[in-house]
Design a protein around this ligand. Structure first.
Ligand code: IMP
Length: 203
């Protein structure tokens, strides 16, 4: 069984990873599961840098393979804002309910509503060097929030590929088209090619 630590204390995130790898002989742990405390400052300028900062800090504290992810929403007309500041932008308005409306307002003067979610996963303690995987999910910002599903910026994001707003998409649809799903599928391919994991149970 391949064991991997996720640079998070969020049990939900670990459960999501475990689900995305369903059928594979892999076991995910949170830092909390292993009693690891690690909270580096995310002062990078890109998803690549921030994800690497988190993975490197954790990789020093365990011999197990580790992954760290960093993700966010990029609005093209706003020079990819909020981008790596997605979570901080939402916090500055006390959460996404208000932040989503503010983002729509900010984008009002622009005709171009295109946006994309990005997810960057860094894997360490497998190769000598870190390995990174990037997933992108393209779409546009809606005029008003819709649906009750998902989290964060999902209610204001319409996915071009899924042809539905993420706020209205089922978890199955979101897990097929999301930026995270795309980065994870690259990670799965990589680990399979390295013969570190294999499918033991067909879904
Ligand atoms: P994190 O790097 O995974 O913690 O994500 C940073 C922030 O980006 C989150 O707090 C959300 O606001 C936003 N975000 C990332 N992924 C998604 C998504 O799939 N849907 C909606 N918002 C997201």
């Amino acid at each position: 069984m391949f064991e991997l630590v996720v640079a998070t204390n969020n049990a939900h995130k670990v459960k999501e990873y475990q689900e995305m790898f369903s059928g594979y002989d892999i076991k995910f742990y949170s830092m909390k599961d292993l009693g690891i405390v690690c909270n580096p400052e995310e002062n990078g300028k890109t998803y690549e840098e921030n994800s690497l900062i988190k993975a490197s800090a954790l990789a020093k504290l365990t011999k197990l393979p580790v992954i760290a992810d960093d993700s966010g929403l990029n609005v093209v007309a706003l020079n990819n804002f909020p981008g790596i500041y997605s979570s901080r932008y939402a916090d500055s308005y006390g959460g996404n309910k208000v932040a989503n409306l503010e983002l729509i307002k900010k984008l009002k003067p622009y005709e171009d509503k295109s946006a994309f979610f990005a997810c960057l996963i860094t894997l360490m303690n497998v190769e000598e060097k870190p390995v990174q995987f990037k997933g992108i999910c393209r779409g546009k910002i809606l005029d008003k929030p819709v649906g009750e599903g998902g989290f964060g910026y999902d209610p204001i994001f319409y996915s071009e590929e899924a042809k539905i707003a993420f706020g209205e998409a089922s978890p199955e649809i979101k897990n097929k088209y999301s930026h995270r799903a795309k980065a994870v599928s690259q990670l799965i391919e990589y680990l399979k090619n390295k013969r570190l994991i294999e499918l033991v149970n067909e879904k």
